[in-house]
Design a protein around this ligand. Structure first.
Ligand code: ATP
Ligand code: MG
Length: 247
């Protein structure tokens, strides 16, 4: 099966700091990739590059075989919009709009795009809120929600444009431990529904459990990758072992 995400020799530097050094990988449709690694290793920068939240300085990114960036240069804005509209991203700090209700947060992007009627959009927002267990919170504002509820709203919002790729950047690391489970359950359900996902996480048990493949990032590179059994059970590199022992 052909890859849904193809990244070749991706490079990113901030001034003289090389944050991503020639990163190359592919993701197949329905695959779940967990990205682990120490702070500052480039995990967020890699993820953000995939949706053009960063300007890369080298390499290429293809999504569904379409060119998002080639030789360090992103495609034109129409192509970027077209490609990234198939991708949803969920951040550590939820990034909900505080002045909009839960439902308003979900419906903002699709209403702005005007591709569908209000009724269709409203029906989907209720359907997705039901899916994440928050139908009863549709009309409240984000400030009324717990962290776990906010993150479930953020996931529902990311699903509103029917993405076929979801990217998560430490979706549970701002949450108290007792709220982490409810968010991981939603992500696990998406994995069971064969959503293609890249999940940056510090939850090693979750990564082991839900991922098809694990990337260990260190110092701007994918230092080691493999199945969860390989990475957690029999890591090849000393630095992978050192990292896992600290977690
Ligand atoms: N806008 C920026 N300007 C300059 N340097 C940056 C910028 N954003 C990130 N960096 C640097 O790039 C490196 C990688 O950062 P990144 O946020 O991708 O790491 P990370 O693996 O996500 O870390 P964490 O686990 O702490 O989230 C770090 O050294 C960071 O200081
Ligand atoms: Mg990060």
């Amino acid at each position: 099966m052909s890859s849904i995400i193809e990244v070749k020799q991706l490079q990113k530097s901030f001034g003289s700091l090389d944050v991503l050094k020639q990163i190359t990988f592919e993701v197949k449709p329905g695959e779940v990739v967990a990205v682990i690694g120490p702070s500052g290793s480039g995990k967020s920068t890699m993820l953000r590059s995939l949706v053009h939240l960063e300007e890369i300085t080298g390499g290429s990114i293809f999504i569904h075989g379409k060119t998002l960036a080639e030789n360090g240069k992103y495609a034109g804005s129409a192509a970027i919009r077209d490609i990234t509209s198939t991708m949803g991203m969920v951040f550590q700090h939820f990034n909900l709009f505080p002045h909009l209700t839960v439902r308003g947060n979900l419906e903002l992007a699709p209403r702005t795009l005007k591709r569908e009627s209000s009724q269709v959009i409203a029906a989907r927002s209720m359907e997705l809120l039901t899916k994440v267990g928050l139908a009863d919170k549709a009309d409240v504002y984000p400030s009324m929600l717990s962290g776990g509820q906010k993150q479930r709203v953020a996931i529902a919002r990311a699903l509103m444009l029917n993405p076929d790729i979801l990217l998560f950047d430490e979706p549970t690391s701002a949450l108290d431990p007792e709220l982490t489970g409810e968010v991981l359950r939603v992500i696990r359900q998406l994995a069971e529904e064969n959503m293609t996902m890249i999940i940056v996480t510090h939850e090693m048990n979750f990564a082991r459990d839900v991922a098809d493949r694990v990337f260990f990032m260190d110092n701007g590179e994918i230092a080691e990758s493999g199945t969860p059994e390989q990475i957690f059970g029999n890591p090849q590199l000393e630095r992978t072992r050192t990292f896992l022992n600290q977690e």
